[in-house]
Design a protein around this ligand. Sequence first.
Ligand SMILES: [Ca+2]
Length: 485
Amino acid sequence: MNNARHTWAAVVIAAFVSGAAMASAAQPNVVVILADDLGAHDLGCYGADLHETPHVDRLAREGVRFTQAYAPSPVCTPTRAALLTGKHPARLGITIWSEGSVRGPTDRRLLQAASWHDLPLGEVTLAERLQAAGYLTALVGKWHLGDAAHAPETQGFEVNIGGTHWGAPQTYFWPYRGTRGFGGEFRYVPHLGMGRPGEYLTDRLTDEALRVIDHAAEAKRPFFLYLAHHAPHTPLEAKPAAVARYRAKLRPGLKHQNPVYAAMVGSLDESVGRVLSRLNRRGLGRNTIVVFAGDNGGYLGTAPYEGRAIPATDNWPLRSGKGTLYEGGLRVPLLVKWPGVTSAGGVCDEPVVLTDLFRTLAVLARQAASADEPSDGLDLGPLLRNPRGRLDREALFFHYPHYYHAPPSTPASAVRRGEWKLIEWFEDNRVELYNLREDPSEERDLATRLSGKAEALRGQLQEWRAAVGARMPRPNPEFKASASP
Ligand SMILES: [Ca+2]
């Protein structure tokens, strides 16, 4: 009798568990938290010293941390377009941030390649796929993929809070508008309604994200929340108490030296903590995939602080930063927690790119792209299950046919294949070759010594450019060599 009852109970429990597993496996919620210009080593779990990020570090401990994640592009808009469509920026024809596509410099050796200002409406985004599957889809924060006719609402987002064609707010403090920087243009953050003096944008966007979660929970709808924070992009502005706390922590020898930037990263971390806590409080923690990533390498431009010009961050041991094809411009933090799939404390050293997230999340949400649909990304599912696994990918390609200001950089493409990385510079057709395993800081150019290897990689890079229809810069007929900066 005892035995029979035990068996019956086991069957009921098994049926219940299996039913729950099927329901949750069918439509997991998806939260993608994207930071803007966050450097590869700006988080505690990636070796930051001044910045404190306990909540993001906990996410890393609970999921998989990728140590060699790449942005599809060293700047904002192309990365966001690739993340949402699974297509390479060069294939999309979006290779520079929206504002930068309008007009490049006219006094340089090359005229920059043409690039779309807007993500074409014909492109299918992850939001459109998930919306078609019944998800509540919400963008909270930065869009930067086009004008009003190309707003988030045209690309599958049911809710848009804050998304515009602008790449950064004029200020992080309420009412989040003005003409202070960015060419004197009047910018604002739409759909926020009332605020209060001293209110901080990263906190406010988090409030809005929590409302999305609450709404979806009450409506019992699966949801896709794309929380695209502006932080820690310029303007460098943070809450005074947090700045004071990091200022007191400053000492010589720390890798990071900017207390304002540190405080911005701290607010970003609090946001992650609040989102994770709300998911758990709503009972959604076990059925929600959480992704945290940066959109391009850390920004090395300087901002005045107490009379000194100090850089926002430092990507060391990676070379250079945002706007360049060195590792510091391309490498980003990437954390994924997928309950039931990722194991706690997973660390994955396989090179991956944020373009992979489209296919990964579409597959997870049972919205896989059809086999014949072009996609430049892979499904990271196998790596999430086994972080020591390998992907079946020959190489990663990068194309930035534009100039950048801080640090100064010129139009280029790059390929990473295994431990090798080649950069091809378009002004003079020069190449640089690095062995990233032996020389992760890209200090020893081997292009002359290993010219055969370099030419083979250049050939592969050129073939790839032709295959995706990458647009190239043109010689500038007005260029005067003596006027060159
Ligand atoms: Ca960015």
